[in-house]
Ligand binder design. Sequence first.
Ligand code: SIN
Length: 478
Amino acid sequence: MTLITEQAHSWVNGNPWQSQRQLTVHNPANDVPIATVSIADHEAAEQALNAAQACFDILKQRPAQQRAEVLLRWYHLILDHQAALAELMTTEQGKPLSEALAEVRYAAGFVQWFAEEARRAYGEVIPSHSAGHQLITVKQPIGVVLGITPWNFPLAMITRKVAPAYAAGCPFILKPSEETPLSAIALAKLALEAGFESAAFQVLVSDDAAALVAPLLASPVVRKLTFTGSTAVGKKLLALSADTVKRTSMELGGNAPFIVFSSADVHEAVAGLMIAKFRNGGQTCVAANRVFVHQDIHEAFTDALIEAVEKLRVGDGLEANTDIGPLINAKAKDKAEYLVEDALSKGAQRVFQGTAGAGHFMAPTILRGVSEKMDIYHQEIFAPVVSIIAFSDESSVVRQANDVKEGLAAYFYSQDVSQIHRVSMALEYGMVGINEGAISNPVAPFGGVKQSGLGREGAKEGLQEFLESKYLCQKFSS
Ligand code: SIN
């Protein structure tokens, strides 16, 4: 199957959407146009909505076993096409090919997991409050789902929403990022080939997200919104969902602390930070954003980190040996450069800067002496820039780590068992890596607290986000 041609389409009810208006997708490594995609307008959204509503009647009747089998076929098709999907992803998103391949497998992992979970949407029998009554709960699919996904993980952020929705019996309308719609379209084609009903997974591509999404969110047919993206956009979507009281899952921004205590193995901590910071060139919500290092090991840690970062090669993700691809666009680079300049102007020191070509490439950079008065401390950097902050005691570093509005991921390195227990319990975050920099996994619940979001993805929790509990109270006549 040809996954993508130079002319791609939004995908409505199993058919390519024909439209006069096109969006051009560019390769962020060189700004060369890759393909044009037909834009989904108001008419496309309305047709998608009607088709999804009709599809729900079919999908909810389908036995879980059948939905599981379709998902399993989708899983195998994704893996069969992994090389092509990875190349497509690198071309439209920029990440190194090895990371793109890892993401294809990560994305497929969600499909496999939810194929298995589809058959475990158990209700309960509740011990009754009175004789002559049976109390049970059954799980039912919530209905039509709208998903909005970002460009940083063009496949995995989609499968971890669409797979549980399908497992539960919910049709899905996706608005992928306009930066990376091609991976989404390729996934939808494979889903159709796997046996998805024509309206079970539709893709609406648009360069005007607000215009496309507002009527969908106003519609009572859409019963659930699932979103991965910034906290600012998430708040607007929550407000738009309020009028029809939709269920929402919100995977929003992070500001991850990465704490290295004095008992830590410095080399292990550096190895963990290299993953937690430089995966996808720093463009992840779980990226280490504030690196707190105990003053006793600050010098040793910084030296070891510089030695590791010096080896990173920045370049086109399709070239062998590239470790860091381009940032997604000029705006992303401008923001990262502003954050570095702001920090330097307020007293941070740049202790390392690598090299990078022109365009959207950014050289890996290490700053130390970062403090709360700098914007880089409070904003998601989303670039290969490390900000180091020295600390002297556990309680103050935990307070600093928690003293932000986000609460997605946190990491810490320590060999002190009591400290590991205390700090794990005290960190106000949805996910904590302990002596580990890579925490994301389809079998574990991904999500944050505070302004980092609502709900969890992956794991057994991920399926529940698309199910309603219905309580049945039955009286028996004596
Ligand atoms: C994200 O950055 O939004 C997701 C990262 C992950 O799944 O690890």
